[in-house]
Design a protein around this ligand. Structure first.
Ligand code: 13P
Ligand code: SF4
Length: 308
């Protein structure tokens, strides 16, 4: 393990690379990263790094976003197969046809896409949101326009509740947050009645209803940090987030909310990235995210939504 870490450090220097890691990566990857963050923080960090190469330890849409915002940089992703069930649920051709159908039926609308989408979907959208800026962006959509929100129906439902804007919702969901067990959450609450529950807005309504706080991963850190007394938190999001909470705010105790099929929920796509693959991609310069024709339009939408 020490050899591997030394190898990565040497290759990082040789290749003039920065490592960005999402909070859902395994702790050993988060530990050695130059930047950790939620989707929004990492997209912004990608525009600020000085190095020639970015190794993105996250899933494909995140590395793609980093490339779109930095055409001149080399962006590597340790495993090209690291996908996302949300991005998969909304193919661009299907969205295009659906938008056509809405227009043919006289709907005046703007399309708001979660960042968990392909560049081709971003290019068909008016706005891109992350869990960190979604409410602000929704408030920027002119009130005389309807909103088509893609692809996460749970996040969309949540945003309807907090902004009061009615939306046309795509029928996608995150395979990790979809399967939290409300029954097991309630059982856990009975064993720790003083605990507070924090949930990601990708969770279904029945989990959000039983939560004290709903917010993205960065907002979760701010919420627990604002609580001075040691507290038990039941955490309804991807299980690697507990490591980040524990290292940033160690005075609390964190308990994973179980999924239907397992004791804690891990994203199989995020888990594809390993230290070995990180070493290999730095050494070989591959897999690399190449520039695609749809990136030009996606860039305009991303910059307007995330950087302004
Ligand atoms: P955030 O990084 O915005 O909290 O979103 C979580 C997620 O599902 C990333 O894939
Ligand atoms: Fe996609 Fe869910 Fe995995 Fe995030 S946790 S990458 S939304 S499948």
């Amino acid at each position: 393990m020490t050899d591997l870490l030394d190898e990565i450090a040497a290759l990082k220097k040789r290749e003039d690379a920065s490592i960005l890691a999402h909070y859902y990566q395994d702790s050993e990857i988060q530990e050695l990263a130059d930047f950790t963050g939620d989707s929004l923080k990492l997209a912004r960090a990608a525009t600020q790094v000085q190095s020639r190469t970015i190794v993105f330890c996250g899933v494909h849409f995140m590395a793609e976003t980093a490339k779109i915002l930095n055409r001149e940089k080399r962006v590597l992703l340790p495993d090209l197969q690291a996908g996302c069930s949300l991005a998969d649920s909304c193919p661009a051709r299907q969205l295009d046809r659906y938008q056509e159908m809405l227009r043919a039926n006289d709907h005046r609308f703007q399309t708001v896409a979660y960042i968990n989408t392909t560049a081709a979907v971003k290019a068909l959208s008016d706005w891109i949101v992350t869990s960190g800026n979604a409410e602000d962006v929704i408030r920027r959509v002119p009130p005389d326009q309807e909103i088509l929100f893609v692809p996460d129906r749970h996040l969309g439902q949540y945003l309807q509740e907090v902004t009061g804007r009615k939306m046309i919702l795509w029928n996608g969901s995150c395979m990790v947050h979809e399967i939290f067990s409300v029954g097991d959450l309630l059982a856990l609450k009975r064993t720790l009645p003083q605990a507070l529950t924090i949930a990601h807005p990708e969770c279904p309504a029945n989990v959000r209803e039983h939560s004290d706080f709903v917010g993205g991963t960065e907002a979760m850190i701010r919420y627990v940090a604002a609580r001075p007394d040691p507290t038990d938190f039941l955490v309804a999001t991807e299980a690697n987030m507990l490591w980040q909470l524990q290292s940033q705010v160690p005075r609390h105790r964190y308990h994973p909310v179980p999924g239907i099929t397992c004791a804690c929920n891990k994203c199989p796509h995020m888990a594809r990235n390993t230290l070995e693959k990180l070493r290999d991609c730095l050494r070989d310069g591959t897999p690399e995210i190449g520039w695609q024709p749809e990136f030009d339009q996606a860039k305009e939408v991303l910059q307007r939504s995330l950087l302004n």
